[in-house]
Design a protein around this ligand. Structure first.
Ligand code: AMP
Length: 210
């Protein structure tokens, strides 16, 4: 059992890396942003509340995040990759009380590059596959290569929400690096690199733990 947390600004590639790690090491991918988007699509009570915050680029209040985590996580034999959780000090306290965290991987990215990457990001509204209009666009404009559905910007990838989300990261999430660093379990990786190079480094870290 190995539990990994990926922390990084929006656009740092944590979703991509988490997915690759989950597939490679047979871990369960816990992506709170995607879980909220599913609730929003299904118009659940939690989705209706979350959408108001997500659209504005705000974090969803902790109590709803804990509700989401509790209903989404089942014990997984091999371990978990947390992607997008924790994002606040209270969430960090919550996670260490319930899970033994083996490694925090901090995907470090300058804020200007993060903004550039998010601005060019589009996502399939059905299967969630993400594309970069700059470096890896869909083969057919606006159509998902994977499932043929419509590809477009996420509601929170609009310019007003992007600045808010990046400042939320600096204000609330950055401090988690110091919080976990006390236990000596943080490794910082330069995320300003191509997916394969970042993946090689994160896979080595996780592979050494398994
Ligand atoms: P992401 O896909 O990880 O960028 O998440 C999209 C949005 O979902 C974020 O901008 C937040 O509004 C919300 N969200 C996801 N995870 C959390 C979390 N752990 N705490 C609070 N809000 C979250």
């Amino acid at each position: 059992m190995v539990n990994i947390v990926l922390i990084g600004k929006q656009g740092s590639g944590k979703g991509t890396q988490a997915k690759l790690l989950a597939n490679k090491f047979n871990l369960k991918h816990i992506n709170t942003g995607a879980f909220f988007r599913k609730h929003i699509a299904d118009k659940t009570p939690l989705g209706i509340i979350a959408e108001k915050h997500i659209r504005k680029g705000e974090l969803v209040p902790d109590k709803y995040v804990f509700q989401l985590i509790e209903e989404s996580i089942e014990p997984h034999i091999k371990g978990l990759v947390f992607d997008g959780f924790p994002r606040t000090y209270e969430q960090a306290i919550y996670i260490v009380k319930r899970y033994e965290i083996d490694q925090i991987i901090f995907l470090d990215l300058p804020v200007e590059i993060a903004r550039e990457r998010i601005t060019s990001r589009v996502e399939c509204h059905l299967c969630g596959k993400t594309y970069s209009l700059l470096t890896a666009p869909p083969i057919k404009d606006g159509i998902c290569d994977n499932c043929g559905s419509v590809v477009g910007s996420r509601a929170d990838d609009k310019p007003e929400a992007i600045d808010k989300r990046l400042s939320e990261f600096v204000e609330k999430t950055n401090i988690l690096i110091d919080f976990f660093d006390k236990d000596g379990i943080v490794t910082t990786i330069n995320a300003n690199d191509v997916v394969d190079n970042v993946n090689e480094k994160v896979s080595k870290i996780v592979g050494d733990l398994i």
